[in-house]
Structures are given as structure tokens and as C-alpha cells.
Design a binder for this molecule. Structure first.
Ligand code: SF4
Length: 615
């Protein structure tokens, strides 16, 4: 089985917690986590719903491999409608929380309504109750976790919570579990805050004994783990440098967008790279990186644990940030660093610590700050008090503005709007580097053409985790394609998007896809779950999930017109690097993509496509 076949429905308005059976017909079609929870959401919520109203819901969901010993099988996802985007939102997180939910006997928790006053959900196996969160409202995610452990006298309780950012309506607030793992994008933490739900605390001791064929499952997971160990990226690169292994690589190919996408290479990339994190600091002789770390059941261990120089200006009088905690991943190092033109590794680490503690997406924060810096530079903010001198490259401005945004103070309130709303407010919508309202991740699509199509068509707004063609276009996984070419990219993007939806629905980490294809995933799912699961059925499942999400977005008011990129990417050529002189050629790829998807010229799934996928 691998599912626990049980859902917890929590009505925050009524204060009730009610178990119900998992819909196994839907599980057979949507597997789990991203796919299955999206099915629940679209069946239960009006696509036009205000994401921050009590009528919207928030779903925390595991996959059938969550809590098993499949490598990286500790994932859970948060599904809702994104306040940042107005589109379907699905944010995925690692750590240990997802496995604990499964061990307590639950596949999914559905939150509906809104509590009168702050509450947290406490689950101990079959028992679930809503408790007052008055004492922890306003606390950081770090302090909340500590409070829960003390209050319940159990350090093994796993906690997912929002920080002040989610409470105060920062539009890209995230939900943090295990101190530094986060369901980060689209504002899922903002939705949690709008429901007065501070935290979910779970202790599960029931284990998971529902694997369909344990012997075959052990064989399949062992073989798959060997594939990860033998692969250069998952066996060496990620454990040693984390995702930060990419910083210098992406900079060299001219796709490290810098200073709000005005440049595609950052002169300070070496100073904020994975290699730099290993170097002893000139100030205290210690490296930024303390060790690597792994999520539940993970054999890759890409996580970074860092410690700041106590004398760095950001933390001189702040001992709460002197300990070792979650360090810079590539996306965060880039968004807080290259995007804002800042090359101070310690300042970036400090900003990242604050994003974790206060519950805020560092990708959207860094890129919104980058947009604000450009607005400031062109004089659009001349009449606004932005606090510190907000110029590209200022570590002081980064440090003070991350704090004011986390605490919703001063100009930080405006930064908390996200770049789209901010740039519209100050008369320059073209300076928001976003798609569907969500800020870009760390790859400039003038230098990696497939990523432009992947961003434009991503169902949750600009995102690297919906179709990571960087694997093929830059790293040659599974086959090398030319990053500057557009031919064949429509098919490549579709294949990555569908496969990713299947990985996300199974309960495993997408970083396994540096080494695994669905061919490696299928034997594991098939040995674990009822039914027959093959490469083809998983690929079709992924396509079904993609179209379900698309269908929701269309009903929510989005259309093919939203499958586009900012003017800068389409019209301003890259200034340096291998892509010098190039713009994104989205228009060459999009019609073919629609055709391959079985959509109309306007980007709407045809009746035939819907029928084929059982939608
Ligand atoms: S690869 Fe990294 S993010 Fe993925 S499960 Fe392992 S440690 Fe977590």
C-alpha cells in the first residue's frame, strides 16, 4: 500500500479534527503528495477563491514513498492557491516532518476555515487537537519549535510553522520545518497565517508497515541507492558542495542573472560559491561551512550547515545567530547575492538565517530587493524612505532590509509585497523579473533557452523545480543539449515537467533526478503501492497532474497570455558570456509546446487531451 489510507480534516472555524478515509480511486490516478493533494484542492475549492480567505484551504500531503527507506523519502508538500500568483501553489519540503506525519498514521492534513485566534495543531498518532498559540504568535520558527518541545516535554516532536512573515502577510512567506527546511514558494506561509494557524506539531510512533512487497521494495531501493552513489553529481558534487556546486558553473556559461537581470555574469560569484564556503575566513580562520546534512532517508545529503563569524557586522550583537544552522543553497546564495550584486558571503548567510527564522522565501525576497534597487537607481523611489542606502552591492542594505521585511517594518512592508506589486506601485511593472507574479530562480533564460519556456509555462509561476532543463542543457543529464538552441526544447520541457510531477507525487526529492529517471522510480513505487506502476504510467500520471494544475489556473482567470517572460529577457540581449547578443526566443518554442501538450493555440487543453488523461 505505502499509503496510510487516512486523512485528517481540520476545520479551524469550528475547531474540529476529523479523520476520514483517503480516496483510493484518486490515489490510483494521482498517486500522492502534489498530484493527489491538488486533486483534493481543485475538487473542494472554487478556482476564483481569494487565497487568503477562509474559503480557501491549505493541504499538507505526503507521498506513498514518504516515510519509507527509498532514498530521499521524507518529502511532504503544501498545496493551496498562491496569494503571490493567483495560481495553484505546491511547495515541497524535506527534513523529517513529512515522515513523522506518515508515522503518526496520516497521508494528508486538510485545513479549512479560519481560527478565531492563533492556534497550533498537535498530533500524537491517532490523537489530534487544536491548542492555543497565543504564547507563540509573533515568535520565530526557531523559537516556536523550541517552545513546542518544552511545552510537550518531547524533543522528538517534528514541527512545521510560520514565523512573523507569515503572520504579517508578507506575500512570499514560507512554512519552515526542522528549523531550516521550507515549503518556500508562492506564499503558502501567508495562507497559513491568514488562517491563524501558527504551527503543526507531530509525534508519530506507529511506523509504516504497508509496503506491498517488502522484499522487492528493499531490492528496488537498494539498486536505486547504488545509482545515486555511483553518479558524479549525487554521489560527489552535491554532498561536497551542495547545490552551490552550480554557482561557478552557471556564471561561466553566462546564465547567472545579476543586478535584476541587467547582467548575466557576476564578478563576485567566486566569493559566494560552494568552494568559498569551504575556505577558511581571513577574519577568524574558520570556514563558513560546518558540515553537510541529510533529510530523512536521504543518501545524498546536499544540505549545508553554516556558522557565521561572530565579529561580522551583521551579528556582532546578536548571539542568537552565532550557532550553526541551515546555510546557503545555490538559489539563496544567488538571490541574496548575485541578484542584488552583493558578494559578502557572511551577509548572505545572515540574511538566509533570518529568512529561515522569520519564515520568508529568500528567492522572492532577494529578487524583490533587486527590483527595488533598480527602482531606486532610476529615481522611482526618490520620495520614499528606504532606510539604508539601497544600492546594488550593499551588504549593509541587504542586512537591514531583510530584517525590516521579516518584521514588516518601514520599507520592508513594501518589499513584502513581492516584485510585481512593488514595481507596479512605483510605475515600472517591466522591472519585476517574474512570471505570473512569482520571481525567477537562478538561471537566466537568454543563456539557457529551455528554461525560458519552462518558466513561462510553469503552473506555479517562475520556478526551476517544475521543469529543470538545466540538467540537460548544462550538465548533460540524461543527454546533453545545446543551451543556446531552441530546437527540441519544447519536447524537453514537457518531458521534464511531467517527470517532475511524478517525482513530486511519489514523495521523493527532485534532486534524485540528477541520477534517476522514471525508470529508477517505477520499480520502487510498484513494489510499494497497490496497482501496477511503470515508467509509462508514471509519465502519464505526471502529464495528468500537469493538466489538472493548468485547468485550475485557467478557471482561476489565467490564460495563455500569462505564459510569457519580462520584456527585458525578450528584448535586451545578454551583454557578456557565451550567450552575448542573445535574447530569449520563447516565441519559437511556445507554439510547439502547446501542440505537444495537446492544447489549443491559446494554451487550453483540448477535449481530446482531457479525455485521454481522464480529466
Ligand atoms: S538531496 Fe538534499 S534536499 Fe533532497 S532530500 Fe537529500 S538532503 Fe534533502
Amino acid at each position: 500500500m505505502a499509503w496510510q489510507k487516512k486523512i485528517l480534516r481540520v476545520n479551524l472555524t469550528e475547531g474540529t479534527c476529523t479523520p476520514e478515509p483517503l480516496n483510493m480511486e484518486w490515489a490510483a490516478e494521482y498517486l500522492g503528495q502534489r498530484g493527489l493533494a491538488t486533486k483534493y484542492y481543485v475538487e473542494e475549492c472554487d478556482p476564483q477563491v481569494d487565497p487568503l480567505s477562509p474559503a480557501s484551504k491549505l493541504i499538507m500531503a505526503t507521498g506513498p514513498l514518504t516515510g519509507t527507506d527509498a532514498s530521499t523519502g521524507g518529502r511532504y508538500s503544501v498545496i493551496t492557491k498562491g496569494p503571490l500568483t493567483g495560481a495553484i501553489a505546491c511547495s515541497n519540503s524535506g527534513g523529517y516532518f513529512g515522515a513523522e506525519m506518515k508515522f503518526a498514521g496520516w497521508d494528508m492534513i486538510i485545513f479549512e476555515g479560519k481560527a478565531d485566534s492563533p492556534v497550533y495543531l498537535f498530533i500524537e498518532n491517532d490523537e489530534a487537537e487544536l491548542l492555543s498559540a497565543d504564547e507563540i504568535w509573533g515568535k520565530t520558527t526557531w523559537d516556536t519549535e523550541e517552545w513546542v518541545h518544552t511545552r510537550h516535554q518531547d524533543p522528538q516532536i517534528r514541527v512545521s510553522s510560520i514565523g512573523p512573515a507569515g503572520e504579517n502577510g508578507v506575500m512570499y512567506a514560507c512554512i519552515v520545518n526542522d528549523l531550516h527546511r521550507a515549503a518556500g514558494r508562492s506564499g503558502v506561509g501567508t495562507v497559513m497565517g491568514s488562517k491563524n494557524l501558527k504551527a503543526v506539531a507531530i509525534r508519530g510512533t506507529l511506523g509504516l508497515n504497508t509496503i506491498k512487497d517488502p522484499a522487492r521494495f528493499m531490492e528496488a531501493t537498494t539498486a536505486a541507492k547504488k545509482v545515486l552513489v555511483d553518479n558524479a553529481v549525487t554521489g560527489q558534487g552535491l554532498p561536497t558542495y551542495g547545490t552551490q556546486v552550480l554557482m561557478n558553473v552557471i556564471n561561466e556559461i553566462g546564465a547567472l542573472w545579476t543586478r535584476n537581470h541587467r547582467d548575466v555574469q557576476f564578478e563576485g560569484a567566486g566569493k559566494i560559491s560552494g568552494e568559498a564556503m569551504h575556505e577558511p575566513r581571513a577574519t577568524d580562520g574558520k570556514p563558513n561551512l560546518v558540515t553537510n546534512a541529510a533529510c530523512f532517508a536521504c543518501t545524498i545529503a546536499c544540505g549545508r550547515i553554516s556558522q557565521l563569524d561572530k565579529n561580522h557586522f551583521t551579528v556582532q550583537n546578536k548571539p542568537e545567530y552565532w550557532g550553526a544552522s541551515g546555510g546557503l543553497e545555490y538559489e539563496n546564495a544567488w538571490s541574496l547575492g548575485a541578484a542584488t550584486g552583493t558578494d559578502d558571503l557572511e551577509a548572505l548567510t545572515y540574511a538566509n538565517f533570518l529568512c529561515n527564522a522569520y519564515g520568508m522565501d529568500p528567492i522572492s525576497f532577494g529578487t524583490t530587493l533587486a527590483a527595488a534597487m533598480e527602482l531606486n537607481e532610476i529615481g522611482a523611489l526618490d520620495d520614499v524612505d528606504t532606510g539604508d542606502d539601497m544600492v546594488f552591492g550593499s551588504a549593509q542594505a541587504l542586512a537591514s532590509l531583510v530584517e525590516s521585511t521579516c518584521k514588516s517594518e518601514g520599507f520592508g512592508v513594501e518589499l513584502g509585497l513581492g516584485s510585481k506589486r512593488l514595481c507596479e506601485k512605483y510605475g515600472h511593472p517591466e522591472l519585476s523579473m517574474s512570471v505570473k507574479g512569482q520571481e525567477f530562480p537562478a538561471y537566466d533564460s537568454r543563456g539557457i533557452q529551455g528554461m525560458g519556456l519552462a518558466y513561462a509555462t510553469s503552473n506555479r509561476g517562475a520556478c526551476h523545480l517544475r521543469g529543470y532543463t538545466v540538467a540537460s542543457e548544462v550538465l548533460g543529464i540524461p543527454v546533453k543539449t545545446d543551451p543556446l538552441a531552441t530546437e527540441g526544447k519544447a519536447g524537453l520541457v514537457k518531458a521534464f515537467q511531467d517527470a517532475t510531477a511524478a517525482f513530486d507525487s511519489a514523495g521523493i526529492c527532485i534532486f534524485t533526478s540528477f541520477a534517476w529517471t522514471l525508470d529508477d522510480v517505477a520499480p520502487q513505487v510498484d513494489a510499494a503501492c497497490e496497482g501496477t506502476w511503470t515508467l509509462d504510467s508514471l509519465a502519464e500520471l505526471g502529464e495528468r497532474v500537469w493538466n489538472l494544475e493548468r485547468d485550475f489556473n485557467l478557471k482561476a482567470g489565467l490564460s495563455g497570455k500569462d505564459d510569457t517572460l519580462p520584456k527585458r529577457i525578450l528584448t535586451e540581449p545578454a551583454k557578456t558570456g557565451p550567450a552575448k547578443g542573445m535574447v530569449s526566443k520563447l516565441g519559437e518554442m511556445l507554439p510547439e509546446y502547446y501542440q505537444l501538450r495537446g492544447w489549443s493555440e491559446d494554451g487550453v487543453p483540448t477535449d481530446e487531451t482531457r479525455k485521454r488523461l481522464g480529466l
